[in-house]
Design a protein around this ligand. Structure first.
Ligand SMILES: NC(=O)c1ccc[n+]([C@@H]2O[C@H](COP(=O)([O-])OP(=O)(O)OC[C@H]3O[C@@H](n4cnc5c(N)ncnc54)[C@H](O)[C@@H]3O)[C@@H](O)[C@H]2O)c1
Length: 390
């Protein structure tokens, strides 16, 4: 059995605990050390993972260590490209948080680096391990609703004001926009459920609420995100980023390469937080009510003139682990992929396609809702990643 030594780039942010699922769920896996530019993050990392772990402020030093053969890149989106390319070039297997990068060109530079070096690249699209998404995929693949024709996703982000408008997420320069930053998850799920990728998009959205909050944090104060239901209503939010130029609600319509049409709508100031996917096929429709914990998948396959009870209700129950039990599973998937070549649910091509659609949709919404073509990826890269990076 191959021993796996894990290094983290981005030592202790919101995703800092993710890597712990490696040693917890697979033998021969160890957390070796971390790199981060902030002392506080490195200190918190040592407290959690043990004082004998290695730490550095220079990620290149972490990458030069022989006892690190896998790297979790948990840094902010705008650093993914630099960190991932360096880790791949150093011969490390890479677990890269979503989104792959903040630009289409950045994605392609990362994919090319993986192709040229042969180092393994794995994407943290953990929604592909959410029990509710897996159940919908299973029902769709079994033909329960016939051929998928249309998908709508409504995404209510009740914690948006806490999580995205007080730190680096609030600036276009760091994320491109939240339709990409947050929406990469859902665009990817839509692509997965539909079995295709967006080729044309039209976006719409604006910044309409959080730009009106009066209380702003100082420029040099680094905010550690915390969540509180007391931060309500949204206009009462305090400690907002001094610069907010990303949209707080947005929507996109997508035409996929297999003819499926889809829409995704995202709002960061709703009182409740969940995603509702509605998938409509030639023989029915299904939707999720709740997206983790106790939630249901409702399936309608008979007709009635008005609102009706579902023909099938699939009850799902809470699963242990963060993100509705998806995080332990996606980390197991990473270890199994790099150790034994087991095909994971996620893949770098799909991650690139989610970013490409998100970037094009963001351009569209900022350019008067003009329709945008999503550029195709180099076929050489498609076949490399579709063949399991061999
Ligand atoms: N898959 C998911 O469900 C999910 C959930 C949340 C975040 N994310 C993704 O995870 C990544 C991290 O998000 P987060 O919310 O944990 O961010 P965060 O800001 O809470 O943490 C980022 C970490 O990186 C460190 N850091 C900042 N700049 C750095 C740099 N230049 N070099 C090295 N380290 C640096 C910070 O000190 C911190 O430890 C993002 O890409 C985000 O999109 C994914």
């Amino acid at each position: 059995m191959k021993e796996i030594g894990i290094g983290l780039i981005g030592a202790w942010g919101l995703r800092g605990e993710l890597a712990a699922y490696g040693p917890q769920n697979r033998e021969g896996v160890k957390i070796v050390g971390a790199a981060d530019i902030y002392d506080a993050s490195l200190e918190a990392f040592l407290e959690h993972y043990g004082q004998d772990c290695y730490t550095t402020k220079d990620y290149r030093e972490l990458l030069s260590r022989k006892d690190v053969n896998a790297v979790f890149i948990l840094s902010p989106d705008f650093m993914h490209e630099e960190h991932a390319i360096a880790a791949l070039a150093a011969g490390k297997s890479v677990y890269l948080e979503k989104p792959l990068a903040t630009t289409i060109e950045g994605c392609e530079r990362i994919l090319n680096a993986a192709y040229k070096t042969g180092s393994k690249l794995y994407l943290g699209h953990n929604m592909r391990y959410f029990p509710a998404i897996l159940k919908m995929k299973e029902l769709i693949d079994a033909g329960t609703i016939g051929e998928v024709q249309a998908i709508w996703c409504r995404h209510f982000v009740s914690y948006g004001g806490d999580a995205y408008f007080k730190d680096w997420h609030s600036e276009r320069a760091n994320t491109t926009g939240l339709l990409l930053q947050k929406g990469a998850h859902d665009i990817d799920v839509i692509h997965w459920l539909a079995g295709g990728y967006s080729r044309q998009v039209v976006g719409m959205g604006k910044l309409s609420v959080y730009n009106r909050c009066k209380d702003t944090r100082p420029e040099d104060h680094i905010t550690k995100v915390t969540f509180s239901d007391e931060n309500w209503p949204p206009l009462s939010q305090k400690g907002m980023s001094p610069k907010i130029d990303v949209e707080d609600h947005s929507m996109v319509m997508m035409t996929l390469n297999n003819g499926v049409q889809a829409s995704y709508t995202q709002c960061h100031y709703t009182p409740d937080g969940f995603r509702n996917y509605t998938v409509i096929g030639t023989e029915g429709r299904l939707e999720n009510i709740g997206d983790h914990g106790n939630c249901t998948i409702e399936v309608h396959t008979t007709r009635q003139f008005t609102k009706k009870d579902p023909d099938q209700i699939h009850q799902l129950f809470p699963v242990e682990g963060s993100h509705g039990g998806a995080d332990p599973e996606i980390v197991k998937g990473f270890i199994d992929f790099i150790r034994d070549g087991v095909k994971p649910n996620t893949n770098p091509i799909a991650a690139r396609e989610a970013v490409a659609a998100g970037v094009a949709a963001t351009e569209s919404l900022r350019e008067n809702c003009s329709a945008k073509i999503v550029p195709e990826l180099d076929p050489k890269l498609i076949s490399y990643f579709e063949n399991g990076q061999k």
